[in-house]
Ligand binder design. Structure first.
Ligand SMILES: [Zn+2]
Length: 430
C-alpha cells in the first residue's frame, strides 16, 4: 500500500466559482452588507460610477506594475498607513516575479454591493474582485480566482486597503498569495514550493518530469503535459485530510477560467497537482504518489464518467509498475484479515471512501486482473465506453453502466471481475 492515499478531485471546485453565494462583506465589522443590490438612487453612501472607474483604474495600474515588475508603482497602489498590508503585498509582488506571467487583469463585480462605509474622506468599499492570471504555457486559459480585497479612499484617491485569504470562499488555486515561494519551470510544468522548503522547487520539478515521462510511457500517451504542481502551504489545504483520518499525499484537480466578473465559466484553464507539503520528501523519495496523480492528469477526460474503481485502479496499477500484486506478499496480518472480511464486489461510487485502504487496493487488483487478461489497450477501450455512455446518458462515475460495459468489452460480469481481483488479493497471503 502507498504510505498515504491519493485521490482525484476533478472539477470539484466548479461550485465555488459558479454559485457565488457569498456576500461581499469581509471580516471588517464596520463593512455594511447590502443584500438589496445597488444602493438606492440619491444615497450619499452609494459608490458612484466615478468611484468605480477609479477603483478599476487602480486595479489596472496594479496589474500592469505586477506584470512589468515595477515595485514602486505597485506599492503606490496600497494604503500607505497600513504596514502589515504593505509587508504582505511585497511578498505577493516578489512571488509573482518568479512566475511566467503573460497577463494579469482584474474584474469587479458590484452587482450586489455598491455600498461605501466611513466618512467622505475615509470611505471604504469591498466589491467582489476576480483575479485572472495567465501563466505562460502552463495553463491554456487564465486561472480565475475570487480574491477578498478592500479599498479605501484617502484624500479623494482610491487605494488597496486589504487583501486576505478567505477560508469560506477560497480561491481555486493561488499559491502566490501567502508566504514567500520558490518556483521552477521545465517544459510546460511549473512547480512552486515554500521558500526554503526541505525539497525545493527544482528538485520537485526533476522528480515530476521523470515521473511524467515514466507514466506517459506506460500509458502510451505524449508526455508534453502542461501542469502546475503546488507544494506550498499557501491557500487552502485542499482537503488533503480524508474523513477516515488518512492524509492524501497529493490531489489532482482542474482549475477554471471565468469571464471578467466571475459570472460564467469559460472553460478549463489547466491542471493542478496539489502536493501535501508535509509529505514532499516522501513524494520525491518514492514517486508512486506522483505517478498516481500523473495518471489522473494524463487521463483527466475520464475523471467524471468512469467508475472510481476504474480510474483509481489504473492510477494505482501504473504507479506500482513494474510491481504486480501477483508477485507481491502482504507483510501486514491486519491487511490480510481486512481482505478476508471485505465483500467480494466492485466498489460502487456511493461506497467509495468508506474504507480507503481497501478501496484503492481492490481497485488496483481489478485493474491488474483486467489488464493481465486483455492488456492496457482493452482497459482503455473500457474507459472510452464508460465515457461515451456516461456522457450520452448523463450519468457520472459509471452509475448503472458497469454490467453492460464489462459484458461488451470483456464478456465478463461484475461478479467475475470482482472475483478475479480478489483472487489476486488473497494471493498476497503467502
Ligand atoms: Zn487517485
Amino acid at each position: 500500500m502507498p504510505p498515504f492515499v491519493s485521490r482525484l478531485a476533478v472539477v470539484a471546485l466548479v461550485g465555488s466559482l459558479t454559485s457565488c453565494s457569498l456576500l461581499p462583506g469581509d471580516d471588517d465589522p464596520d463593512v455594511e452588507r447590502d443584500r438589496t443590490g445597488a444602493g438606492p438612487v440619491g444615497d450619499s453612501r452609494a459608490i458612484t460610477d466615478e468611484d468605480l472607474d477609479a477603483v478599476e483604474d487602480l486595479l489596472e495600474v496594479r496589474a500592469a506594475a505586477l506584470v512589468s515588475g515595477q515595485r514602486r508603482r505597485f506599492m503606490a497602489t496600497l494604503d500607505p498607513g497600513n504596514p502589515a498590508l504593505r509587508r504582505k503585498q511585497r511578498v505577493l509582488f516578489d512571488n509573482l516575479q518568479k512566475l511566467p506571467i503573460d497577463k494579469l487583469y482584474y474584474g469587479l463585480d458590484v452587482s450586489r454591493s455598491r455600498t461605501r462605509v466611513g466618512t467622505d474622506v475615509d470611505a471604504r468599499f469591498s466589491p467582489r474582485v476576480y483575479e485572472h492570471l495567465e501563466l505562460g504555457t502552463v495553463f491554456t486559459r487564465p486561472v480565475s480566482n475570487r480574491v477578498s480585497m478592500r479599498f479605501v479612499q484617502r484624500d479623494g484617491r482610491w487605494l488597496v486597503a486589504g487583501e486576505r485569504f478567505d477560508e469560506d470562499d477560497a480561491p481555486q488555486e493561488r499559491p502566490w498569495f501567502g508566504g514567500p515561494i520558490e518556483a521552477a519551470l521545465g517544459d510546460d510544468v511549473l512547480v512552486v514550493t515554500d521558500e526554503g522548503a526541505d525539497v525545493g522547487a527544482e528538485e520537485l520539478l526533476d522528480s515530476t518530469l521523470d515521473a511524467l515521462a515514466e507514466t506517459a510511457a506506460v500509458l502510451d500517451e505524449p508526455d508534453d503535459q502542461a501542469l502546475l504542481v503546488d507544494a506550498t502551504t499557501n491557500g487552502r489545504p485542499v482537503r488533503l485530510s480524508r474523513a477516515s483520518g488518512q492524509d492524501a499525499g497529493a490531489v489532482t484537480f482542474t482549475v477554471l477560467a471565468t469571464d471578467r466578473e466571475g459570472d460564467d465559466v469559460e472553460g478549463p484553464a489547466g491542471t493542478v497537482v496539489k502536493a501535501n507539503p508535509e509529505y514532499v520528501t516522501q513524494l520525491v523519495d518514492d514517486d508512486r504518489t506522483l505517478r498516481h496523480e500523473l495518471v489522473h492528469v494524463l487521463l483527466a477526460e475520464y475523471g467524471e464518467t468512469n467508475p472510481l474503481w476504474v480510474t483509481e485502479g489504473i492510477a494505482e496499477y501504473v504507479a506500482y509498475q513494474p510491481l504486480l500484486l501477483a508477485r507481491s506478499v502482504a507483510t501486514d496480518d491486519r491487511l490480510v484479515e481486512a481482505i478476508d472480511d471485505r465483500r467480494v464486489a466492485l466498489t460502487s461510487a456511493d461506497d467509495w471512501g468508506k474504507d480507503p485502504e481497501l478501496d484503492y487496493l481492490s481497485a488496483q487488483a481489478f485493474a491488474e486482473y483486467l489488464i493481465s487478461r486483455s492488456g492496457l489497450v482493452t482497459y482503455r477501450e473500457m474507459m472510452d465506453l464508460f465515457d461515451e455512455r456516461g456522457r450520452r446518458r448523463d450519468v457520472s462515475r459509471g452509475r448503472g453502466l458497469v454490467p453492460g460495459v464489462l459484458r461488451e468489452v470483456y464478456g465478463l460480469t461484475p461478479a467475475e471481475v470482482a472475483e478475479g481481483g480478489f483472487e489476486l488479493l488473497r494471493g498476497l497471503d503467502r
